[in-house]
Design a protein around this ligand. Structure first.
Ligand SMILES: [Zn+2]
Length: 440
């Protein structure tokens, strides 16, 4: 028992000595002239060091860790406090130092001070965001000057195709698709495809999207899903992302039908229908008149949502309608909302709105006996009954817009063919690598 204990103590002592030796060697290798920095090595990573150079200038890439501020890391580097303040003040004209994030890198160049123990900062560069860099230089007069400049990003197209063995998400992800693009694709198809039931092994998929790459860091920002296709039981489902002139972007079938179910039937939560569509005696004026919409009774202030994506065509007082909003959804469909107590913040003529976005609040402005929403659906210039339409027609591109769409679709198809071809030139057609095409 005692022998065993002695053996353990010996092993422990040996380990302790070895650990001490390692520590000693490690400390000896770090720059001895800056004790503050070496002692806080765990807080600031030095990915680039000029340890062997005895005389400056020195350069280093510092990595922000939790709790760091620009002032604290400059301080640890050995930059005097008053100089760090000047740096922060100069930077603040183009960048908020509070936006620094954990993991963010800052490249610095600094030199020995002519007199004194500290260093002089000469240059600093950091990534403000994906598209912008910030550079800080010290001018001849000793002032700091900060500039923000846009980085050159490489725009590329990515085409991915494959077979579903497990699920669209799992298999397309393995094929290299971006998760955001898959999310957009599933969302767009979910109006027509039941992902629980319809998708069987053997279903094929393809998608095309664009990305913006910062070649220096290798970071990528996803662009947009441009086209996607599923073939289920030999039946193709194809969609293209298209923005009709003067409208919001959306996904359309090859025939120009919007995939998103166009409109909500009830653009208000928990409301009851007070008065339906059709002829009725006017509650105030007494005579019989065609009621061109549906009245939803709801307490004053109840939020009203946009029934579909579109552009606010009108947002002002409109006679008996009181406070009134009209949204144009496409060439043929509009919805109108009347008697509002007030408009939602930011809603005005020309605003782009999304389905379900709150546009205003129930009220009783104009000719109204009490708070309610008067809701109208106008198709091809005619008022139709929104509650009678069991399946609201899909938004359809018509006329000139449809022609524009067809031209656009052909262009996307060409890009997709090129991206697929380019990809297969570089490597064998394996589903594990995305096919990338540089923008011409
Ligand atoms: Zn009404």
């Amino acid at each position: 028992m005692r022998q065993k204990l002695a053996r353990y103590i010996t092993i422990f002592l040996c380990l302790a000595v070895a650990y001490g030796l390692v520590l000693y060697l490690y400390t000896d290798n770090s720059r001895p002239e800056n004790e503050a920095l070496s002692s806080s090595q765990n807080k600031v990573n030095q990915t680039e060091t000029v340890a062997e150079v005895e005389e400056g200038p020195y350069d280093e890439t510092l990595t922000i860790t939790a709790g760091d501020t620009l002032a604290s890391i400059l301080n640890r580097l050995g930059i005097p406090i008053n100089q760090a303040h000047e740096v922060i003040e100069a930077l603040s004209s183009v960048y908020n130092p509070k936006d620094l994030k954990v993991g963010q890198e800052i490249y610095v160049v600094y030199d020995d001070q002519k007199e004194g123990e500290a260093y002089d900062l000469k240059f600093l560069r950091l990534r403000a965001d994906f598209e912008n860099d910030i550079e800080l230089v010290r001018t001849g007069e000793g002032f700091f000057q900060a500039t923000k400049y846009k980085k050159k990003l490489k725009h590329t197209y990515v085409a991915i195709e494959g077979n579903i063995k497990v699920s669209l998400y799992a298999d397309a992800l393995r094929a290299g698709a971006s998760p955001k693009m898959l999310y957009d694709m599933i969302k767009a198809f979910s109006f027509d495809v039941d992902f629980q039931r319809d998708i069987q092994p053997g279903t094929t998929f393809s998608l095309l999207y664009d990305t913006y790459k910062d070649e220096e860091s290798g970071n990528e920002r996803p662009g947009e899903l441009l086209a996607a296709k599923l073939v289920i039981d030999n039946k193709p489902y194809e969609i293209y992302r298209f923005q009709p002139t003067g409208s919001v972007p959306g996904f359309y079938t090859p025939l120009g039908e919007a995939v998103q179910k166009a409109l909500l039937k009830t653009p208000i939560d928990g409301a009851r229908i007070n008065s339906g569509f059709g002829n009725r005696k006017h509650p105030i004026k007494g005579y019989t008149k065609m009621h061109t919409g549906v009245d939803f009774g709801a307490p004053k202030g109840t939020p009203i949502m946009a029934a579909g994506d579109g552009i606010v065509e009108r947002c002002n007082q409109f006679g008996g309608y009181g406070n009134y909003i009209c949204i144009r959804h496409d060439g043929s469909t509009k919805t109108a909302y009347a008697h509002l107590s007030r408009y939602a913040k930011g809603i005005k003529t020309g605003s782009k709105v999304r389905q379900n976005q709150v546009i205003g609040y129930v009220g009783s402005t104009g000719t109204a006996t009490g708070p309610h929403l008067h809701f109208e659906l106008i198709q091809n210039g005619k008022h139709v009954n929104p509650t009678k339409v069991t399946q609201l027609p899909k938004t359809k591109l018509l006329g000139k817009v449809l022609q524009e769409y067809k031209v656009f679709k052909e262009k996307v198809e060409r890009i997709k063919a090129e991206a697929t071809k380019e990809g297969s030139k570089e490597e064998p057609p394996s589903p594990s690598k995305p096919k990338v095409l540089d923008e011409a």
